[in-house]
Design a protein around this ligand. Sequence first.
Ligand code: GLY
Ligand code: MN
Ligand code: MN
Length: 424
Amino acid sequence: MRMMGKGGIAVLPASPAKLRNRDSEYFYRQDSDFHYLTGFDEPEAVAVLVPGRASGEFLLFCRERDPAREIWDGRRAGTEGAIADFGADDAFPISDIDEILPGIIEQCERVYYSIGAHPDFDRRLIGWVSVLRERGGLRSHAPDEFIGLDHLLHDLRLYKSRAEISAMRKAAKIAVKAHRRAMGVCRPGLYEYELEAEYHHEFRRHGTRMSYLPIVGSGANACTLHYIENDRLIEDGDLVLVDIGCEFDYYAADVTRTFPANGRFSDEQRAIYEIVLDAHAAALEYVAPGFHWNEPHEAAVKSVTRGLRSIGLLEGRLPKLIRDGAYRRFFMHRTGHWLGLDVHDVGDYKVADHWRLLERGMVLTIEPGVYIAPGSRGVAKRWWGIGVRIEDDVVVTVDGHEVLTRDLPRGIEEIEALVGAALG
Ligand code: GLY
Ligand code: MN
Ligand code: MN
């Protein structure tokens, strides 16, 4: 509210409930911005912030209590709950918004709103403002400016508070447990979805759910970056790449490990794994206040290129290979992204055309990978179908970083010891 100042008004709609098919709904997940500002996790709600408004600065429009509906869908906070439990200064039934909100907007000069995220709501908001314009004259006043709320809100979301980091630490811990559990029971002869089930079990056991569609890719499936079918039989000699995470209190973990299904890396798998492991370590050295966003990626690129050159998959001089982006054939994604309420969290990576400097409280992933698709031209067949990614969640601290997922082994011997360990 301080950033908006007097005369501003922010309007945020809750996520609508979404149908999956016919009348079956998806599990409801509140919009991250809405949750961030309100903690109010029901659909059919609108949050309004009006800095300096004497009769209330934080307003919630929400569903009213309805005993008949609540028998089917569960408890609602209602307008009383919005005030008592969520700290709203005032609350109104969502069904009255057309009568109430335009009159509040009328008192303001600048509307802070994120256009495009909720197209249906965009039209309603524009409708309310148009009505004020049409009335015009002395009696009515429409705000002069629409300003993207994202700029303010997403910058706030980029810097995690202690409470947020503690939720992310919890999400990371649960994801680590799930990876350990799944690696412990992994063996050739399982289907990928059977391995996935181990993660579901561990996540739900802690009251969490997946933070995104999980990737459980064995063999060459590891080379498909967004592989989500997870329905192949895991064979002896396969590597398994699992990219999975849970959401604790709305905060995401995003963790990848790649391990041999039978507990032993082949020579080729080990060589590629070591390249990715070295790149991971190289990138981590640049996660600290003062380094800019792209420095971990630059370190990973250099390390991967050097590694691929050392095993003959790239040929030429190192600086030229890096300049030409020769590595991109095998390492085609970036080394990480912001992490928070959203898996690919909000926040600008550049400020005024310069890479953003890392600062305390920012959380990011470090996730280099190397993927050699089957049929890769000019690459000896023994490398085909090997895909490796190692992904950890990292928070920037005052003088360095903390790896939230540090309890999950990455080293070759530790991984080999862990796979199948629960099978006796
Ligand atoms: N799981 C998505 C990512 O690693 O970015
Ligand atoms: Mn990621
Ligand atoms: Mn991931």
